[in-house]
Design a binder for this molecule. Structure first.
Ligand SMILES: [Zn+2]
Length: 264
């Protein structure tokens, strides 16, 4: 009975709360509002910046600004208040919070050998944000909670409580395989549109798929990767190459990066 009620609620909510993901056209369940996600993103970003200071290395910050701005322009996302910061920490990770708040840790910067590889990771993170994967995950946990509690009506208080919990803790949880593939795909298109050779994305992930993955444990813990990742990227490479060919400012692999800073 509970399952039937839940199915009915799910159907109603799906009809009311459905969204199409930009660039992939997938229909997703969306019960959270973009404005609340952005507010959460901005607050969390300020907390991260307080805990982990932005690096004072001007070259590194300028490099991320340059790459970030190219990805931002390619995204056509006009409602985000974009921010790009390299944060001083050995953590090997990067993220983009809702609303376009991007961070790459200095520990991650060391693993890029050129601008296009940095673009690949930034574009992947931006992909999660413009696809609103956090909001989608919150929407599903809300449905799940409804099922667990056996709630059959949508009380505003219940919604607020459950949504609050999901929203608070959902920001840095591991993404699902579906979300990873989608962020990879959006990221691949974005870097190509921005003028970076998309082949760099395939090569970058291949490097860490051959027994070296322990180096990237941290980024892989929030962005699960398996052998299908490289296959998935390779499969969509021809479309990305087309976007790259059409891009006005082709940069190829961009400048080389050594120890996290542009090579002279
Ligand atoms: Zn990811």
């Amino acid at each position: 009975m509970k399952n039937l009620a839940l199915a009915a609620i799910a159907a109603t909510l799906f009809a009311a709360g459905c969204r199409t993901v930009p660039m992939t056209e997938r229909s997703q369940l969306m019960l959270s509002t973009e404005s609340s996600e952005k507010e959460l993103g901005a607050t969390a970003y300020n907390d991260y910046k307080r805990e982990t200071q932005p690096t004072t290395n001007a070259e590194q910050q300028a490099l991320l600004q340059r790459v970030g701005n190219a990805i931002k322009d390619a995204s056509d996302e006009k409602t985000f208040e974009w921010e790009f910061n390299v944060l001083e920490s050995d953590t090997v990770n990067a993220f983009c919070l809702p609303g376009g708040k991007v961070a790459v840790y200095t520990g991650m910067m060391k693993y890029f050998s050129n601008e296009a590889e940095l673009a690949c990771v930034v574009a992947h993170e931006v992909g999660h944000a413009i696809a609103r994967h956090g909001g989608e995950r919150t929407s599903w946990s809300y449905l799940q909670a409804l099922g667990t509690l056996g709630v059959s009506t949508l009380g505003n208080d219940t919604l607020q409580t459950i949504y609050g919990i999901g929203a608070e803790y959902g920001v840095m949880l591991p993404y699902s395989r579906l979300h990873e593939n989608e962020a990879d795909l959006i990221g691949l298109y974005l870097m190509a549109k921005a003028g970076y050779d998309p082949q760099a994305a395939v090569d970058f992930w291949k490097k860490f798929n051959t027994g070296n993955s322990s180096k990237l444990d941290e980024i892989l813990s929030t962005h699960p990767c398996d052998a299908t990742r490289v296959a998935n990227l390779s499969q969509h490479l021809p479309e990305a190459q087309e976007l790259y060919q059409q891009s006005k400012a082709k940069k190829g692999l961009g400048t080389s990066i050594v120890n996290g800073i542009p090579a002279k």
